[in-house]
Every structure is written in C-alpha cells, then in structure tokens.
Design a protein around this ligand. Sequence first.
Ligand code: GLC
Ligand code: CA
Length: 557
Amino acid sequence: MAEITKKWFKEMSVYQIWTRSFCDSNGDGIGDLPGVYSKLDYIKSLGVDAIWFSPIFPSPNADYGYDVSDYKNINPEFGTLDDFKMILEGAHARGMRVFMDLVVNHTSSEHEWFKESRKSVDNPYHDYYFWRKGKDGNPPNNWLSVFEGGAWEYDKNLDEYYLHVFAKGQPDLNMDNPKVREEVKSIMRFWLDMGVDGFREDVITFISKDEGLPNGIPLPVATGVEHYKHGPHLEEYLDEFRAVAKEYDCMQVGEGPMTSLKDAVKLCAEGPDQKLDMMISFDHMNADCFMIDWVKTPFSLRKLKSTMAKWQEAMYGVGWNCLYIENHDHARVIDRYGSVKFREQSGKALATMYTMQCGTPFIYQGQEIGMTNPTVGHLTDCKDVSTFNNYKIFKKLGYSEKRFLKLWSEVSRECARTPVQWSAEKNAGFTSADEPWFVINKNYKEVNVEAAEKDPNSILNYYRKLLKFRKENEVVIYGDFKQYYANSNKLFVYERNYEGQKLFVVVSFSENPVNFKAPEGIDLTKAELAIGNYDVVNPNKNEFRTKPYEARVYLFK
Ligand code: GLC
Ligand code: CA
C-alpha cells in the first residue's frame, strides 16, 4: 500500500471568501474586510483551519478582482492594508491560516505595467505582454477568449494587438520574459513576508504559451487553448515559484481548468520535482454539463463517481486532492447535484459525499447554510462578463432574454455570488444600504445563518459535525479510497482504511427509497453510525431502504 506523508495542509479544511458578497460593514452595499473581520469567530466556529480570499487587490472589476491593477495593495472598496493585517492577525490568533489568490496569468488593463507597455514598442514594459502585429488586417491568430469574443484587442496607437485569453480587461502576461517571473516572485514574497500562509494560483496552468502562438482548433470559445493549457515552459516556471514557496512554509493550490488527471499527478506528485501541493480540478464539476457549465446535461451520479474515484485513487500516496463542490465559478451545488425540494437533506448528503473523501475540503461562503441559486427578472440585474458573453452566444441560438435568464439561474457562476444570507432582516443582514451591489436570493427569510444557528439539525451544524469528525479521526484524513457499486446511479458508496481504522460511507442521490445491501466483507452490525442526516432507529443492519438523500458514515474501530 502506498505510504502517506503527513502535512499540516492535509489535515485542514478551508473556507473560501468572495469578499464583495460576504459582509458589508459600512453600508455602501459592498462586502468588505472589516465585514470579514467581524465574522472571524463565525468562520472559526465552522471548524475550518484556513481562509482563502478570492482576489482582494485593487481592480477595475472587469472580472471582479481577477483583473488586478496593483498586486501589493488592497482594493479600496474592501478597505486598506491595515484592515487586511488585522484579519491576518485575527485569523492567526484563532489558529487559522490565510491564503491569497495569486492571479498572474494576466493583469488588469489598468495595471501600470500594461499602461506603460502600450506607450511604445520600445517601452521596457512592452515585452511584459503579448503584443503582436496583425496578419493582413486580421488578428495575429484565430484564438478566441473565454469571456469576450476574439482573444486579441487592437491598439491603434501601436498598430499592434494584445492577447487576452479571458476578458479584454485581462491582458495576458508574457511569462517567457524573466522580468515578469521576477515580478511574480516579488508579489509572493510581499504577502509571505507579511505572514500570509499560501496561495491559490489562478489559471496557473495557462501561463506558458506555445512558441509562435499557432492557430488553434476552432471551438465556440477559447479557441487555441491546446496551445497554452499545459505549455512548454509551465513546469520550469512553476519550479521557480516553488523555490520561493519553499523559503517559507507556503502552500500552493493551483487552478487547472481542463488539466488532465495525468498532468495533475505530474504537477502534484510529492518529491523533489513537486510543483504544487494540490490542483483545483474541473473534472468532477462536469457531471451535469458537457465541457462547460452552460452546456447543460442531466446530472449523472455515475459520471460524478467515476471522476472522483479516479482522482482519489491516482493521488493516494502520490499527491494530494483538493476537495470542493462549490466556489465562485459555479452555480450552487444543491441546484446542480442535489435537490432544491430536498434542500436540507441533499445539502447534507453532498457535504458528506465530498468531505469524507481523501483530500483537503474547501467550503465556499454560503455553502455551509445550503444557499441555492437565485432568479432575476432582467439581464440588467446581472453583473458578470461571462453572463454577457453567453447572452450574445445564446441570443444567436434564438434564446429570448427570458429563456436565457432561466438557464442563467441554473448554470451561471453568478448564482454563487449573491450576498451571504446572515439573517431574516432587510437585505438578509448583508448590508444596511438600500441597494446591495447584487441581488439577494428571495429565500433569505428561511435560509440564513441566524436561523441555521438556532436549529441543531441545520446544514450549518451538520458541516460542523463533519469537520470535527474529520479532525478527530485520522482515517478520514489519511485513509485510502475504495468504491462499491460503481454502476449505481443512485448510491455513492465507498470505504476508507487507515492503520486498522475503517470508514464506510453510503450516500443516496435519490429522493425515492433505494434498497441498500452491505457489500461482501462489510458487516455494519459491528460498526458505529458516526454521522448521518436522519435519526435512524436501528442503524446496525446490513440491509436497509434509504430515505431521500440519506447519508450515513459508519466507523469501524
Ligand atoms: C479563474 C477564476 C475565475 C476567473 C478566471 C480568470 O478561473 O476562478 O473567476 O474569471 O480565472 O482570471
Ligand atoms: Ca462596504
């Protein structure tokens, strides 16, 4: 059996904050850092060990913070560097680490480097970006961006185009320029010296582009992606950044859209060549869509299970998994993989299903109270560049605004960006302003933190149980993974083993009863039902019928 090494980041769980929608302290309708500070005890009470902040740097918000205009400062909408230092101190004092988002595939078009780069071709910053001449009046190649049509934007003054793989306001940095890599290291050091404990590295697998920027295979979006999704110098550059991380006790989680399991293992395998500690994979987020969230397909539990099992098995004893089912880039998971009708039950079932696997669980704000997708009346209520881009695409396919907004409320990442619902008060207790920056889900009177605190059986209190249980039982952290009934499209069943401890997990993804029979070799009469989302009268039976979205975690000692 593979040897497993113990590390602090393997034992933790992480809470992700998307500050703009977390908590507004000064009544301007926008979440901010003093708002986060006021909730540190709440965050700690979940049982998490770290906070990851989605970007909180100055940004013109072309992509809400993922377009950074100054890497060594705090967005004034959110507060000041001193506010951040208070959080850092407050988090550390409570035994929680703090991770920053390192967004270095691109900057904002408002970043000083970019403003300099477009002044002239001899400007020292010109080569910080991909500036190229057009070809016969056309852009330099056929690449399409992820968010806004063509991947090249023309600059009249220079008579050149710049590359933006994401939005127009997110010009790609030329990582082949050693000066740019030095800047990245300097950004890392700036935050690490302040006391930050690690980074979540935004689309980090995109930072090296194929030489000559050749044409790509035509796709509806992101044409050219095969020329930068694991480019020729990626591993070299990651080694350079890793060397900085190693000077500190810094954890690195890379985001890898479209990264294959094979590549992820290569980057995360422990040893002298390791480049990243974990990978944010997208594979398991495709169980109800084709390639991208907007191309919806019916949810397939089998697809989810086979993907998760593959990552579990391949990483065990080799690298480490990042476990998540929600973040700021996907619609709420209860709507996607669970059931809004069985919100409480399916919210807990999903929580069980992923936090009991091998890896570091990440929980996204609002997930812990079972927030669900909102609806909006008009496109003008929407805020996100990817929504507007998709509207253009779907309009061409004949969608009316109304039909588009129905789809939006099922698949758009904006669904996960509505303000956190703290109470049944005005604006869900998120802000005292008349108008929050973005719509609040209409269900806030029932779904909110205050109500969940009062209910011992809430999703919130269930998350607390799971995280506490994980911390107290090494088998949850370090156990291996073995799946049963892989072909079932209703039950997710697996076992974990570690040094004589055994965990056995059964999760139903059905609102109808399912007949469960313990597989050979598993005797539930000898186990303890450690956690479950129903009161079970006689849990020590080897056969039972599941209740809607029932989850059971058995422990053998
Ligand atoms: C990552 C971020 C996403 C952002 C994109 C471009 O995927 O998570 O929110 O839009 O990178 O930076
Ligand atoms: Ca504010």
